[in-house]
Design a protein around this ligand. Structure first.
Ligand code: SF4
Length: 356
């Protein structure tokens, strides 16, 4: 397997071409073919000399993902199950908003963080994705949107995996995504979500990007959070909040706290009061998430009126609070569900074949 051409940030690609004896402007031509025309082979890059196209095809791969399955929801949400070159399956989702189309990308095959409400962590982490494998998801989603004359205007790094556990690839991905000769998606239109990997929150703050940061909180105290998110035992709330404060002070940017509403677990009025005390003095926004039912997990959904009550309590404390709109509730749109189904089928098939 060759390296993926999508792995290379613009400057690295330019240097690589110069090293191959090519003029530096070839990098701009190549980037245009990849990210503006979105061709699927080097052979299609017709303004490059034939010898260079052949050399590139010997050196790099363009095809990073192959569509295994696609589900389209009544609300326009599109969920892709992609196979990577090594056969591992990942998910990518296009969500429709009033302000544009956002693409939710995966950063790891599986996840080792172990959040108890999440299907993606069943089976643990298999491997990290390369930067190019993350980039290719956006390119592929854009190819789908091209047929509608639409553009991927926003990207959320909230799919399978913990992006801050694959930090180097994440940062390379962000630079490719944002490059004006590439997909040119503005940093303010990109959100990275973490379960709370404290050292990387400091790094991310110091990187001084305009990219938005979301932190999955899901509980207002250590006892409850450690039950829901084992990562809290490694990075308890006091450390996490200190890192969040550093992020806000260093970047001047508002932080988003994600809070999955888990029926009877973290959704009572006293939890809302406790949450208000925890985050009330930070420049922040709370996003309440009605959870999707995950067959392998025990959680049930908080009734709608109780979610509103929870929101009102936070708002009374002056905390901007929204309720996440559901996307694709008629398809398996929650993180990891399609991949989990696919893996179950594969296991069943293997068992049947093994029994023959
Ligand atoms: S919610 Fe995110 S960090 Fe937590 S287990 Fe799922 S994929 Fe991993």
């Amino acid at each position: 397997m060759n390296p993926l051409v999508y792995d290379l940030p613009y400057d690295a690609l330019r240097q690589r071409l110069v090293d191959m004896g090519e003029p530096a402007f070839r990098a701009t031509q190549l980037y245009e073919w990849l990210y503006v025309h979105r061709v699927t082979s080097f052979a299609a890059m017709t303004n490059l000399p034939k010898a260079l196209r052949e050399k590139l095809a010997e050196t790099f791969d363009v095809a990073a993902v192959r569509e295994l399955q696609r589900q389209v929801s009544k609300d326009g949400t599109v969920k892709f199950l992609f196979a990577l070159r090594d056969g591992n399956a990942i998910e990518t989702v296009i969500m429709r908003h009033r302000y544009g189309n956002s693409v939710c990308v995966t950063t790891q095959v599986g996840c080792r963080i172990g959040c108890t409400f999440c299907a993606s962590t069943i089976g643990g982490k298999v491997r990290d994705l390369s930067a190019g494998e993350i980039v290719a998801q956006v390119v592929e989603a854009q190819r789908f949107l091209d047929r509608e004359g639409e553009r991927a205007s926003h990207v959320v790094v909230m799919g399978i995996g913990e992006p801050f556990e694959n930090y180097e690839a994440l940062m390379t991905f962000l630079s490719i995504l944002n490059h004006d000769k590439g997909l040119n998606i503005g940093q303010r239109h990109i959100t990275v979500s973490t379960s709370g990997i404290v050292p990387r929150i400091y790094d991310f703050a110091d990187a001084k990007l305009q990219v938005k940061l979301a932190v999955s909180l899901h509980a207002p105290n250590d006892e409850l959070r450690s039950c829901i998110m084992p990562i809290n035992r490694r990075y308890p709330l006091a450390e996490l909040m200190e890192a969040c404060r550093y992020y806000v002070e260093t970047t001047g940017r508002r932080i988003t706290f994600e809070y999955a509403m888990l029926g009877g677990v973290n959704d009572r009025p006293e939890h809302a009061e406790e949450l208000a005390r925890l985050v009330g003095d930070l420049l922040c926004h709370v996003n309440l998430i009605p959870v999707n039912y995950v067959p392998e997990r025990q959680y049930v959904r908080t009734p709608r009126d109780e979610i509103f009550r929870f929101q009102r309590i936070l708002q009374r404390h002056g905390i901007p609070t929204t309720i996440r709109r559901e996307h694709g509730s008629d398809i398996a749109a929650a993180c990891g569900q399609l991949r989990a189904q696919h893996n179950r089928q594969k296991r069943r098939q293997a068992a049947v074949e093994g029994a023959r």
